[in-house]
Every structure is written in structure tokens, then in C-alpha cells.
Design a binder for this molecule. Structure first.
Ligand code: ATR
Length: 269
């Protein structure tokens, strides 16, 4: 039995063990996948111990994605760009490879919803780690333009500079937002506080999509606001399942069907 886990702090409410158990059942793999709380000041030690006990790979969540990035022997290009790692893969040579699957998970979920990214005008709200993690895969789809807007404008401007060799990306404050956009992605944690970034009423094109990286039993404040303005709304639950599927593929070389797994999670919210 190959062993995997998700590291977090706290990690008790992680849906990853259930998702990966579903994936393994589906493809007929015999794996173990558990949730592990790593100590805040010694993530590298936790990973080393897990490997010594037969661990083959891990997912990494808050607050360890940057510590995970630093311990890797090799990194995927998208992880290097993100400056963070959500997937650790133990190679047969004993080296630790780091990847981040959040951005490709977002892209796959948007594709599943029929959202055309090539040629689209995209607005991304927020400039923290969550947003940095998805910019490379988004820009790789060839949008017409991508604006990053953040409460602290300087952070969005700096982010745009870091990624500008990959495409037409600009950054600024919310006041610089000028619609309409085909796709607006909320990567701020404002939803957690029930806050809505200050946005103009004419933000969306007629067939626009609004995506929130957060999810819950009820639509987030942002998705509620977007639906009232005619946008198709997509929450972060699909992105969660798609990033997990990409991690599973990195470890096992098989792509599970995400639809039934997402369906089950949705029922249980
Ligand atoms: P994460 O890893 O989830 O991205 P983070 O790095 O702390 O977390 O980033 C949080 C993001 O949400 C930031 O873009 C933050 O804006 P600031 O850079 O100006 O702090 C944004 N954010 C948090 N609370 C917000 C609120 N109430 N309104 C608007 N933006 C908010």
C-alpha cells in the first residue's frame, strides 16, 4: 500500500482524504491517504518523517505551501512561478519534486463549465498566495488581457511585473477596474468576512462567468452579487476536486473522473 497524506495546520476539516479515497476506488488503486497536522515550525521534518515511514507523496495546505516550496529538490515551472507547492512527489531516486496544481485545477473547472479562456478579458481579484498560484496556468490559456486588482494596489502591481513575460497582465487597485470582463475570479479572502470588494455594476459582459475560489453551502457574497448582475456563477468546490485529480495524476499516472466525486461533495455541503 502506497502512503499519501495532506499536511496542514489545522487539517481536521480537509476534504482531501475523502476525495483521494474516491479516486483510488475508482481506478482500483490500493493506497492510504490521511490528514496530518505538521508542526508550524518544522514542516521539512514532518515530510522527512513521513517519507521514512513509507510516504510517497503529499498535498500541502495552509500554512505550509511556502515551506514546502523551499524543501523541494526540483520544481515544476508552474510551482516555481507560484513560489508555493501544494503537491510533493517522492521520486524513485529519493528526490522530492514539487508541483502546484491549484491553477490547472481552476482552468479545468472553468473548461468544464464551458468558459472560453483563450481571447477572454479576465479580472482577478486579490494578490495573495492564492492568486499567485493560478496566474501561470491562466496566462498559458492565452487570454486577451488579464487585470489583477487588489485592496493594496502595490501588491497587484508587483505581481503583474513578476508574470508579464507570460502575457498581457496588468495590476492595480479596485478603482482601476474597468469592465466589462468575460471572466472575474475572486481570489481574495474577503468572502470569509462576508465582504465584497468595491466593484462597478457594469463589471460583466452578457455571457460572463464569475468564479469564487471559496465555497460553502450557500453562495459567497461575491457570487450572490454576480448572479444578480447576470453572470454564470462557479464556486471553488470544483477547483478543489480538479486540483486533487491533478495531484493524483502526478502520483499515480491515472486521471480519475472528477464529476461523481464533486457530486458527492456537493451533496454533503
Ligand atoms: P491567500 O493565501 O488566501 O491568498 P493572503 O496571501 O493573505 O491569503 O491574501 C489575501 C488576499 O485577500 C489579499 O489580496 C487581500 O488584500 P490585501 O493584499 O490588500 O490585504 C485580500 N483581502 C482580504 N480581506 C479582504 C477584504 N475584506 N476586502 C478586500 N480584499 C481582502
Amino acid at each position: 500500500t502506497d502512503r499519501y497524506c495532506v499536511f496542514g495546520h489545522p487539517v481536521g476539516h480537509s476534504k482531501s482524504p475523502a476525495i483521494h479515497a474516491d479516486f483510488a476506488d475508482q481506478v482500483g488503486d490500493d493506497i492510504e491517504y490521511v490528514a496530518t497536522e505538521a508542526p508550524l515550525d518544522d514542516f521539512a521534518g514532518a515530510w522527512r518523517r513521513f517519507v521514512a515511514e513509507g510516504g510517497r507523496g503529499a498535498n500541502v495546505t495552509v500554512p505550509f505551501k511556502e515551506q514546502a516550496f523551499r524543501l523541494c529538490d526540483t520544481l515544476s515551472e508552474r510551482a516555481r512561478r507560484a513560489g508555493a507547492v501544494n503537491t510533493l512527489i517522492l521520486g524513485d531516486d529519493g528526490e522530492t519534486r514539487g508541483d502546484t496544481t491549484d491553477g490547472i485545477g481552476l482552468v479545468r473547472d472553468l473548461e468544464r463549465h464551458g468558459v472560453a479562456l483563450a481571447g477572454a478579458r479576465i479580472l482577478v481579484l486579490g494578490a495573495g498566495g492564492a492568486v499567485r498560484g493560478v496566474l501561470e496556468p491562466l496566462l498559458a490559456q492565452g487570454p486577451a488581457s488579464l487585470r489583477v486588482a487588489n485592496r493594496t494596489a502595490a501588491k497587484a502591481e508587483a505581481l503583474a511585473v513578476d508574470f508579464r513575460d507570460l502575457g498581457a497582465i496588468v495590476g492595480g487597485g479596485f478603482e482601476a477596474v474597468e469592465g466589462p470582463y468575460d471572466l472575474v475570479i475572486n481570489g481574495t479572502s474577503a468572502s470569509l468576512a462576508g465582504d465584497l470588494p468595491p466593484l462597478p455594476d457594469d463589471l460583466f459582459t452578457p455571457r460572463a462567468t464569475a468564479h469564487d475560489m471559496m465555497y460553502g453551502a450557500e453562495p459567497t457574497v461575491f457570487l450572490h452579487w454576480a448572479a444578480e448582475r447576470g453572470a454564470q456563477t462557479v464556486d471553488g468546490l470544483g477547483m478543489l476536486v480538479e486540483q486533487a485529480a491533478e495531484s493524483f495524476f502526478q502520483w499515480r499516472g491515472r486521471r480519475p473522473d472528477t464529476a461523481p466525486v464533486l457530486e458527492r461533495l456537493r451533496q454533503a455541503l
